[in-house]
Design a protein around this ligand. Structure first.
Ligand code: ATP
Ligand code: MG
Length: 420
C-alpha cells in the first residue's frame, strides 16, 4: 500500500516526462502566438463553485467529484476541470475592467472519481483556454483553431472536428418542451439518471451513454433544427470562419457536452484511437456562466484537452518525440586528484549554456565512459595529468566515434559542441 500510487493515478517518470515537457513547450508557444496568458488557480475550491459552475446535473458533479470537509468544516473539492476556477478568478480580480477580450489558459491536474481505464484516470491533466468578453463567432472559431493547430504541429492525423449549436436559453426552453413531449412516451424505459434529468435538464438525455437511452433518442427532435435566428446566424458565421482557416468540420447534432453552462457553439475533436477513448478535446461557448457565478453578464467561450489522451494518441500514431534532455558532454577524469578540475570545468561549461555532467561515484575512467555511453551523451572528454598540464584535450564525438584535439578551455570546448 505504502509503495503503490492510489488507483487511477500514475507517476510520470523521467523516461516519459521529456515528452510532457515537449508538448508543454509547444502549448506555451502557441498560447503566446494567440495572445493567451496563463492563470494559475488553486487545486481545490469551494465545492459550491463546481456545483454551480459545472452544473449539478452533470456526471462530473453527480458522480465524480473528490469532495471532503476540511478541518474548518468547509466543503472543499479537488478541481475536476479548469473553467470554474478560471471564471472565479476572472470575477474575483475584476478582469472585466481590463480591455477585452481576456484570454486565459491553464495547464493543470484535475481530479475525477472515475472507473480507471485507458485514457481515463482519477488524476489527469488538462490544457484549457478561455476567452472572456466577446460574443463574436470568431472567438468560437479560435477555440477550435487553437487546439487544432496544436494537434497539427504535434503531427497528429485522422482528427475530426465535430460541432453543434445548442442555442441560447430562449430557444432551448422551447426545445426542451418539444423533447420532453417526444420522450414522455418512453419515459419508463429511460435509465435512472435520465429520469432524473427529464425535468431538470432533458437535453442531457441526448448525451447519455446507455444503449437503451441512445436508442430512445434516435428519433428525437434536434435542437439544431429549432435554434433561433440569432443563434443560427452565429453558428453559420463560426462555420465560415473555420472554412476560411481551412479547418474541416462535421456537424454532429447529438453533441450537447457534459456541462450545463454551454450556449450556442459546442464542439469535440476526436481521434481514431484503437485503445483509448476517442474524444481528445471539448469546448464551446458559455455565455451564462460568469453571471451564474456572481459576475456581470460577460460572454465567454473555451475548450479543454486531455494531456494523457493526447500522449496516447501520439503513441498510437507512432509519432516520435525527440528527447531534448540529453547531455551535451560528459567530462571524464583519471584519478581523484583531477576530480576538482573536472568539477570546475563542468561548472564553466554549464555557465556557457552547455549541458554537462561528470562522475559522482568515484568510478574508474572506464566505468565513467561506459556510463556516459548509457546516457546517450553526444560528446566526451577525459582529463588526465597530461591533458591538464599540456592544456590540450581530445573531444570525442560519441555518435560518430571521431575525435579531435582542441585547447582545454571551457570556451573552446563549448564552441566545438554542435547542438542539434
Ligand atoms: P468523456 O466523455 O470522455 O468522459 P468529458 O466530457 O468528461 O469526457 P471534459 O470534461 O470535456 O471531458 O474534459 C475535457 C478533456 O479532458 C476530454 O476531452 C479528455 O481528453 C480529458 N479527460 C476528461 N476526463 C478524463 C479522465 N478521467 N482521464 C483522462 N482524461 C480525461
Ligand atoms: Mg467524463
Amino acid at each position: 500500500m505504502l509503495t503503490k500510487a492510489p488507483k487511477g493515478t500514475m507517476d510520470i517518470l523521467p523516461e516519459i516526462s521529456y515528452k510532457w515537457q515537449y508538448i508543454e513547450d509547444e502549448i506555451r508557444r502557441i498560447c503566446r502566438q494567440f495572445g493567451v496568458k496563463e492563470v494559475r488557480t488553486p487545486v481545490f475550491e469551494h465545492t459550491e463553485l463546481f456545483q454551480r459552475g459545472v452544473g449539478d446535473t452533470t456526471d462530473v458533479v453527480e458522480k465524480e467529484m473528490y469532495t471532503f470537509n476540511d478541518k474548518g468544516d468547509r466543503s472543499i473539492t479537488l478541481r475536476p476541470e479548469g473553467t470554474a476556477g478560471a471564471v472565479r478568478s476572472f470575477i474575483e480580480h475584476g478582469m472585466f475592467n481590463n480591455p477585452q477580450p481576456t484570454k486565459l489558459c491553464y495547464l493543470i491536474s484535475c481530479y475525477r472519481y472515475e472507473k480507471p481505464q485507458a485514457g481515463r484516470y482519477r488524476e489527469f491533466h488538462q490544457f484549457g483556454v478561455e476567452y472572456f468578453g466577446t460574443q463574436n463567432p470568431s472567438a468560437d472559431a479560435e477555440m477550435i483553431s487553437l487546439p487544432w493547430t496544436l494537434y497539427k504541429r504535434l503531427g497528429l492525423t485522422g482528427l475530426t472536428v465535430n460541432i453543434n449549436s445548442i442555442g441560447c436559453p430562449v430557444c432551448r426552453k422551447e426545445y426542451n418542451e418539444k423533447l420532453k413531449d417526444y420522450l414522455r412516451a418512453r419515459y419508463d424505459d429511460l435509465c435512472d439518471t435520465c429520469k432524473n434529468r427529464f425535468d431538470r435538464n432533458p437535453m442531457r438525455i441526448l448525451d447519455c451513454k446507455s444503449p437503451i437511452c441512445k436508442d430512445i433518442v434516435k428519433g428525437a427532435p434536434l435542437l439544431i433544427d429549432s435554434i433561433c435566428e440569432e443563434c443560427s446566424t452565429h453558428f453559420e458565421t463560426v462555420k465560415k470562419y473555420l472554412t476560411s482557416m481551412d479547418i474541416p468540420f462535421e456537424i454532429d447534432p447529438y453533441i450537447v457536452r457534459g456541462l450545463d453552462y454551454y450556449t450556442k457553439t459546442v464542439f469535440e475533436i476526436t481521434a481514431k484511437n484503437e485503445n483509448s477513448n476517442g474524444t481528445i478535446c471539448g469546448g464551446g461557448r458559455y455565455d451564462g456562466l460568469v453571471e451564474e457565478l456572481g459576475g456581470g453578464s460577460v460572454p465567454a467561450c473555451g475548450f479543454a484537452l486531455g494531456m494523457e489522451r493526447l500522449l496516447l494518441t501520439m503513441q498510437e500514431q507512432g509519432i516520435d518525440i525527440p528527447d531534448t534532455h540529453k547531455l551535451d558532454i560528459y567530462v571524464g577524469h583519471i584519478g581523484d586528484e583531477n576530480a576538482m578540475f573536472a568539477q570546475k570545468l563542468v561548472a564553466d561549461l554549464r555557465s556557457l549554456g552547455i549541458c554537462a555532467d561528470r562522475d559522482h561515484l568515484g568510478r574508474s575512467v572506464k566505468a565513467q565512459m561506459k556510463y556516459a555511453n548509457k546516457l546517450g551523451v553526444k560528446y566526451s572528454i577525459i582529463l588526465g595529468d597530461e591533458e591538464i598540464a599540456g592544456k590540450k584535450v581530445n573531444l570525442k564525438n560519441m555518435d560518430e566515434g571521431t575525435q579531435k584535439e582542441i585547447e582545454l578551455s571551457a570556451e573552446i570546448i563549448a564552441k566545438n559542441i554542435v547542438k542539434e
